[in-house]
Design a protein around this ligand. Structure first.
Ligand code: MG
Length: 426
């Protein structure tokens, strides 16, 4: 067998016999794909979930959280992750109906597996069910952590070595006390202390054998799988966990999670308008692109009417004045200035306000020049100035049907909107 199982802490012949049981598919002549499987442990009874008579204790993994079950939310990150091939959920024998009501079918989702008396028994049942699929790596996750994201999964997958486990963890921030009978007996040094999270990642063969060995030795007291892995002599690499990956244990945790999801996103929309007069010339700056033309636009700066309207739209989204208040035409510093500087400054102010620019839209209104051939260059230029993807930048143009000052060729105008999402972490 290919795995490098080590018995640093056990040497009984019984354990050795378990180690000799083949769990790997790699001994065959055919090369197997390096599959990654995930086990979601959802067999808990939620005994600490009771808050009042209307909301008695019960499995929290089947409760709804922002339109989906806690379990479905936990599954979503694994099913979305491109490197995860299969997911299996371990459930309590009484929960088949709840499971079917709260989980959507998915091509990566296998039939649920019935768990055992303890979490450790349930994980082992999940592992044994996966043996037939020959995964090379396995991630083991608690359904009570519905906020796990794909970045954390990537970190755990990358952290698994040839015979090493990966544990996401966060440093302990609170001062830790030990008490006896309600009285503090000591303050525990918190340096080097971490709170363990899930998913925890393993080489599949190694963790299967560790679980079998623990079971044969009647060791059913491990509270997580890396504790069992440490007992079995595996190295466990600590990787950076996420404070968002919190565990729902009590009714209060559930309320906090619901509040987190019910927060209305702070989306702002700003609008801008600008106009400049035509003057004799041979080129015009529009949306950061210089276009040969029979005229130029007249102005204190390069008179880029598109970027001026967009700068105003961004400032408007964070209610921070307008282009004139930040770059007064009376200031000689802005004489003949390139307008990308104004737009870049507005984008910086948006970021400083905790904003993310999610979309911008510019409409140029002129009888000439033709904008179509330059549209993509304008979108690319604005995207570069704002450091966003071109797919989030719209530029379009219209004539004014030969009406009014634009129609008479006296000047041109631009309209812009900017959509900004403010994320205030404080
Ligand atoms: Mg202007």
């Amino acid at each position: 067998m290919s795995s490098s199982w080590r018995f640093d802490k056990q040497s009984s012949s019984e354990v050795q016999a378990v180690a000799d049981v083949e769990v790997s598919c790699e001994s065959g002549t055919m090369e197997q794909p390096k599959k990654i499987a995930a086990i979601i442990v959802a067999a808990g009874r939620g005994s600490r979930m009771a808050d009042d008579a209307k909301n008695p204790a019960g499995p929290k993994q089947y409760r709804r959280l922002g339109g989906r079950s806690v379990l479905q939310r936990a599954l979503d990150a694994f099913q979305r992750h491109e490197r995860v091939d299969q997911c299996v959920v371990v459930i309590h024998p009484d929960d088949m109906t709840s499971y079917q009501d709260s989980v959507r079918p998915h091509p990566k989702l296998l039939e649920p597996v019935i768990g055992g008396k303890t979490r450790q028994d349930s994980v082992r049942a999940g592992l044994e069910s996966l043996a037939a699929y020959c995964p090379s790596r396995v991630l083991i996750h608690d359904a009570a952590r519905p906020f796990v994201d794909t970045d954390l999964l990537s970190g755990v997958i990358d952290g698994i070595g040839e015979n090493r486990a990966a544990l996401p963890a966060v440093p302990i921030a609170d001062t830790i006390k030990r008490s006896m009978g309600g009285t503090v007996i000591e303050t525990v040094e918190r340096d080097g202390l971490f709170a363990a999270q899930t998913p925890q990642g393993f080489v599949f063969d190694e963790i299967v054998m560790a679980h079998r060995s623990a079971n044969l030795q009647d060791r059913n007291d491990f509270t997580d799988d890396t504790a069992l892995a440490e007992w079995a002599g595996m190295d466990v690499a600590l990787i950076e966990g996420s404070s968002a990956n919190s565990k729902i244990t009590t009714a209060e945790d559930m309320k906090t999670a619901q509040q987190k999801l019910s927060t209305i996103p702070d989306i702002r929309t700003g609008h801008g308008y600008d106009t400049h007069r035509w003057a004799p010339g041979d080129a015009v700056w529009l949306c950061g692109v210089e276009i040969p033309h029979t005229h130029r636009l007249d102005g204190h700066s390069d008179a880029d009417v598109g970027l001026h309207a967009l700068t105003d739209a961004l400032l408007s989204a964070i209610a921070d004045g307008d282009i004139g208040s930040h770059f007064p035409p009376s200031d000689p510093r802005w004489k003949d200035a390139r307008s990308y500087r104004f737009l870049a400054h507005a984008a910086k102010l948006v970021r400083n306000a905790g904003g993310t620019i999610t979309h911008v839209d510019v409409t140029l209104i002129c009888e000439a020049p033709k904008i179509g051939p330059h549209r993509d260059a304008m979108r690319e230029t604005i995207a570069t100035i704002l450091t966003i993807e071109p797919a989030r930048v719209s530029v379009k143009a219209t004539t004014n049907e030969a009406i009014g000052f634009i129609g008479r060729g006296e000047g041109m105008a631009a309209l812009a909107t900017a959509t900004v999402v403010i994320c205030d972490d404080d």
